[in-house]
Design a protein around this ligand. Structure first.
Ligand code: FAD
Length: 580
């Protein structure tokens, strides 16, 4: 079967819905399809707790937000993108307010802002600690008011259609029935989110399997800065559930096994009686996660059945602050850890959280193939460089989701039809999926075994600290896993909600994504932000003040090249935190 739209958006999270609204606003005559493997409100954006950064009051400036972002990125972001981002972030958050987002307020009625790691001013807007829920809900209800936005809820996109270097649609499978459809379009916007599930211990929902990165990579688009994977310092040890940075922003402390605020030993400041923005627990995520590893090496963490932990202490904040500013944190701790943060210490450890790298785009979301755009966590513009600052991601998906939507609308309005070759490609993909569905196990390989080995390989080989040896070993293991994947079989051959088939398709994509992370990490012989090589411990601006771009070769391997970073106003300098 075939359907046709002007624009197909893959992904119904924050970026996808913002892009869809932007298309409808730009040109109401354009038809838009939003294809999402889950119901839009179940996208990962819903789980963002802490907030969205943008300047709010007269004591802050665009330049300060830009500088914090640039230095937080360890100078690997593109400064032209950051300069576009900061004013538009503010405009987008205000727009969201007009669309109904219930931002938390100060007593006088002004927008309330909280501190966030690496931000030297309070500029994180929030809606209690359910910011993502309210943001996504606002976008969803706004999207519903445009009748030209057609939704394919619970449809899994399996490939991009490419004709003569131009992306002309997608092939997608309806999960309820197994029906496969070729959906042609003049432009495609990929908004499929991150890939935390490539690792074993993550805050990311099960659906965050990096599908869009694999789709774009296979279609010929380059991926950028894939070696930069963010660990968040405070995940609950068993589940990986995130304890938002807002908990530290409100004054929470990190304590080692001796009850000592160990961050004072890591050039992140000194303890203060009241929380100061430049201090300790409000350092950036890469530095805090690295400090945990040093505490572990010094024997100052606590061993548990779910790995080594330290403690997050909120007790001194009191029940009132916790219940008004962090109610969800209390609820999560009670339900998933059986502890009450009003009275007890919260066990935490670093957890994979966010992907700085992704589909290479320009500031309008164009992804290097005609007709292909990307935005949100799947994309790498890049405003995040080597380390994203907490609360920059939600405004990023709004700003660049809107930009990608507008650019796709303009491209589509210029009129580019699809050829019969595209429909033939759709039929080929349908046959491939039929073969996948009929897979029988040869040699007893299981999806879960390969996935687990891949995840452990990534943690051991490309974790908080890596080196040439660990990365080469990971690259070898991934190659073997790819071969073994060829012998995986399915037990379920039905068409109705075949989650096993989906798991196989996701795993195949994750193996590609994992390889790109490892290859880019191996080639980058320096330490910068979230990429820390013990064999190359210093930042090397001479060789690596550049983005890595990895392109898929016909034999399936990846070729890495480098693209200079755009510097506009802030020449590279040392990243300094904790000093007045
Ligand atoms: C627990 C948690 C808390 C966070 N807190 C914050 C915070 O406080 N502030 C902040 O700035 N950032 C935060 N982040 C990061 C931020 O929430 C995400 O980066 C952002 O929401 C990603 O949005 P997105 O639209 O790019 O992707 P998502 O919201 O992940 O949406 C992806 C969409 O793509 C669809 N999709 C994926 N693959 C396919 C496929 N093959 N076929 C069809 N559809 C597909 C999915 O169905 C989904 O609709 C947090 C992240 C996590 C995990």
């Amino acid at each position: 079967m075939a359907a046709s739209y002007d624009i197909v958006i893959v992904g119904g999270g924050g970026a996808g819905l913002r892009a869809a609204i932007a298309v409808a606003e730009t040109d109401p005559r354009l038809s838009v399809a939003v294809v999402s493997k889950v119901y839009p409100m179940r996208s990962h954006t819903v789980s963002a707790e802490g907030g969205a950064a943008a300047i709010a009051g007269p004591d802050d400036t665009f330049d300060e937000h830009a500088y914090d972002t640039v230095s937080g990125s360890d100078w690997l972001c593109d400064q032209d993108a950051v300069e576009v981002f900061v004013p538009e972030a503010r405009a987008e958050l205000l727009r969201l307010e007009h669309w109904g987002c219930p931002w938390s307020r100060q007593p006088g009625g002004r927008i309330a802002v909280r501190a966030f790691g690496g931000m030297r001013k309070k500029r994180t807007w929030f809606a209690a600690d359910k910011t993502g829920f309210h943001l996504l809900h606002t976008l969803f209800q706004t999207a519903l008011s445009y009748s030209d936005i057609v939704r394919y809820d619970e449809w899994f996109t399996t490939s991009l259609l490419v004709d003569d270097g131009r992306v002309c649609g997608v092939v997608a499978m309806e999960l309820a029935t197994g029906r496969i459809e070729t959906i042609t379009a003049r432009a495609v916007v990929v908004c499929t989110g991150g890939c935390g599930r490539v690792y074993p211990f993550t805050t990311n929902a099960n659906i965050k399997t990096g599908d869009g990165m694999a789709l774009a990579y296979r279609a010929g688009a380059p991926l950028k800065d894939m070696e930069f994977v963010q660990y968040h310092p405070t995940g609950l040890p068993f589940t990986g559930i995130l304890i938002t940075e807002a908990a530290r922003a409100e004054g929470g402390w990190l304590l080692n096994k001796d009850g000592y605020r160990y961050l004072q030993d890591y050039e992140l400041g000194k303890p203060e009686p009241t929380p100061k923005l430049r201090c300790m627990e409000l350092g950036p995520r890469d530095r805090l996660s690295q400090a945990f590893v040093h505490e572990l090496d010094k024997g100052r963490t606590i061993d548990t059945s779910h790995g080594p932990i330290v403690h997050l202490d909120l007790r001194h904040l009191g029940a009132e602050v916790i219940d008004t500013k962090l109610p969800f944190v209390r609820e999560l701790c009670l339900q998933y850890q059986h502890i009450d943060p009003v009275r007890e210490l919260i066990p935490v450890r670093p957890v994979i959280h966010y992907m700085m790298g992704g589909v290479h785009t320009d500031i309008n979301g164009a992804a290097g193939l005609a007709g292909l755009y990307a935005a949100g966590e799947v994309a790498c513009v890049s405003i995040n460089g080597a380390n994203r600052l907490g609360s920059n991601s939600l405004p990023e998906l709004l700003v660049f989701g809107a930009r990608a939507g507008r650019a796709a609308a303009e491209f589509a309005a210029a009129g580019h039809g699809s050829s019969s070759a595209v429909l033939a490609q759709g039929r080929d993909e349908q046959r491939r999926l039929e073969r996948e569905l009929a897979r029988h196990s040869e040699g007893g390989e299981r999806i879960a075994d390969i996935r687990l080995e891949m995840q452990e390989t990534m943690e051991n080989g490309a974790g908080i600290y890596r080196d040439g040896g660990s990365l080469s070993k990971a690259a070898d293991t991934l190659r073997q896993l790819r071969e073994r994947f060829g012998a995986v079989g399915l037990d379920d051959h039905s068409r109705t909600f075949n989650t096993e088939l989906v798991a196989a398709l996701e795993l195949s994509g994750m193996l590609d994504v994992a390889e790109t992370i490892v290859h880019c990490a191996l080639r980058r012989e320096e330490s910068r932000g979230a990429h820390q090589r013990t064999d190359f411990p210093a930042r090397d601006d001479e060789r690596f003040l550049a983005h890595s771009l990895i392109r898929r070769q016909p034999d399936g391997s990846g070729r890495v090249e480098y693209l200079p970073v755009t510097i506009t106003r802030w020449p590279p300098a040392e990243r300094v935190y904790g000093k007045d």
